[in-house]
Ligand binder design. Structure first.
Ligand SMILES: Cc1ncc(COP(=O)(O)O)c(C=O)c1O
Length: 470
């Protein structure tokens, strides 16, 4: 039944009562036709989630879905952790000040204190914001203000993603296919990820007669999320030395990896190297708050923004509101109390081991598996002979989507497991479940994946392709 009428506002109760068809119709009309089509092709639009708890999502047809995505990494403590719900409920009921624009907030103070304990060295000055891209924009502005007008050059890596605002897109090497549609920030230079020689060459070829390099900022991920790329630690130690030598602000983007995802609190700990600015989001909001931040050293902050007339050079309206702060305070305590970082290392190791077993069993379909903690990926071969014979003439990119799409659909429809593929590489599943995951969830996922890989994938693939054409 169509609930939405042209002249009538809908309520939450109306949304609760909406049918699957009406839901998809409104989604396609107002949010994105092709996005709706894509979700429909994967089988995600046939039912509606009605409840989510821990590792599971309950659909309106009664199915319990095991969530192996962590919802693109935000669900550090699972769906609707009772302590987070309780903290937010209590906060709401007390009817306290939410906005904290004109008074120093003790809750912000407590959260910053906690962050300064979790981060190494003197990383202790925090700026709150609402998304990963916004945190990276803020970090790049801070670095540029610190470095000064003569040292405007920004170095970034070819394998990277830092967000989809103009500035962050410019420094996202993995977004080359879409970067040409948009205006780019000037003075940004791409170097090869993991190659100290290219970075050194850029820095040193821009040194003036006084020995000062025009490169003032380097933004990089300590472990690249998609494809789980982990350059060796020597590279990062050399990066740190080079940045120290030329006073370059080193920014680590821990938007996806921060707070335990890789089996350590922060991915940079794998390399024993500390940044000058670190950006984080996703896990920080515990899947409840749309929250992000960056943290820096007093030396950086004081040189950039310490003057009275420069204190608000970088600001935003939605910065450290009460419910967000209270949520993150609770999240950080849950991570500590439930030893989620240790769980990430332990269960993540088990997940990798079991995925390697899948690769050994299905070498014709699985090209590679990689993992650090609960950041794992499975790369599929794009041109398996069998599948190519079935859909001759199909280009390799479509082929990759065909295979991965078929696997995601089958896992969801036949095995009640939610998985996803990252935007820049449709030939892989990125497996980033919540850090509360247990080994039995891993077993359930791996057994289902084996059955899917052993099944008639192209019947699913074809119905998937048919929906694409329809
Ligand atoms: C490493 C990394 N940086 C930045 C971002 C951008 O974050 P947001 O989507 O919140 O803007 C993402 C998002 O996935 C990310 O994975």
């Amino acid at each position: 039944m169509q609930i939405a009428q042209d002249n009538q506002l809908l309520t939450v109760a109306d949304a609760d009562a909406m049918s699957e068809e009406e839901n998809l119709r409104l989604f396609k009309k107002h949010i994105g036709h092709n996005l709706g089509k894509m979700l429909s092709m994967l089988g995600f639009a046939d039912t509606i989630p009605v409840r989510a708890e821990g590792m599971h999502i309950t659909m309106n047809d009664g199915r319990d879905i095991l969530d192996m995505t962590g919802h693109v990494g935000v669900l550090v403590a699972g769906h609707n952790h009772p302590r987070i719900i309780e903290a937010r409920r209590k906060w709401g009921e007390r009817q306290g000040l939410e906005t904290w624009k004109f008074f120093p907030s003790p809750y912000q103070g407590a959260l910053c204190h906690n962050l300064s304990l979790l981060f190494p060295e003197d990383l202790e000055i925090v700026f709150f914001c609402n998304s990963g891209a916004e945190a990276n924009e803020g970090a790049m502005k801070l670095a540029q203000k610190y470095a000064g007008q003569d040292r405007k050059l920004v170095a970034y890596t070819d394998i990277s993603f830092h967000g989809k605002t103009h500035a962050t897109l410019t420094v996202s090497g993995s977004e080359q296919h879409q970067n040409h549609h948009f205006n780019k920030l000037e003075n940004c230079h791409m170097v090869k990820y993991g190659d100290i020689g290219e970075l050194r060459q850029l820095v040193e070829s821009n040194v003036d007669r006084k020995g000062v390099s025009k490169v003032g900022t380097f933004i990089v991920e300590a472990i690249r999320t998609e494809g789980v790329v982990k350059p060796d630690s020597l590279y990062f130690r050399q990066v740190r030395e080079l940045c120290d030598q030329y006073d370059i602000v080193l920014i680590f983007d821990e938007i996806y990896t921060g707070f335990g995802r890789t089996g350590k609190m922060f991915a940079f700990e794998h390399h024993g190297v500390c940044p000058d600015i670190c950006t984080f989001s996703k896990a920080f909001g515990g899947g409840k708050a749309t929250f992000a931040a960056f943290i820096t050293r007093p030396t950086i902050y004081n040189k950039a923004y310490a003057k009275m007339n420069e204190a608000t050079l970088h600001s935003t309206t939605y910065n450290g509101y009460g419910e967000e702060i209270v949520t993150s305070l609770e999240v950080l305590n849950i991570i500590q109390d439930e030893r989620l970082v240790d769980n990430s290392a332990e269960v993540g190791g088990y997940l990798l081991q079991r995925l390697q077993e899948v690769q050994r069993e299905y070498p014709e379909l699985v090209a590679d598996v990689r993992g650090v903690g609960l950041l794992c990926c499975i790369k599929f071969k794009s041109k398996t002979e069998k599948l190519l014979r079935m859909v001759s003439g199909t280009g390799s990119e479509a082929m990759e989507k065909f295979i991965t799409g078929a696997i995601i659909t089958k896992l969801f429809q036949d095995h009640n497991i939610l998985t996803f593929t990252p935007p820049h590489d449709a030939a892989q599943l990125l497996v980033t479940p919540s850090l509360i995951i247990r080994k039995e969830h891993v077993d359930q996922f791996v057994e289902a994946l084996k059955q899917v890989l052993g099944s008639n994938l192209w019947t699913v693939g074809f119905s998937y392709m048919k929906k694409l054409k329809g």
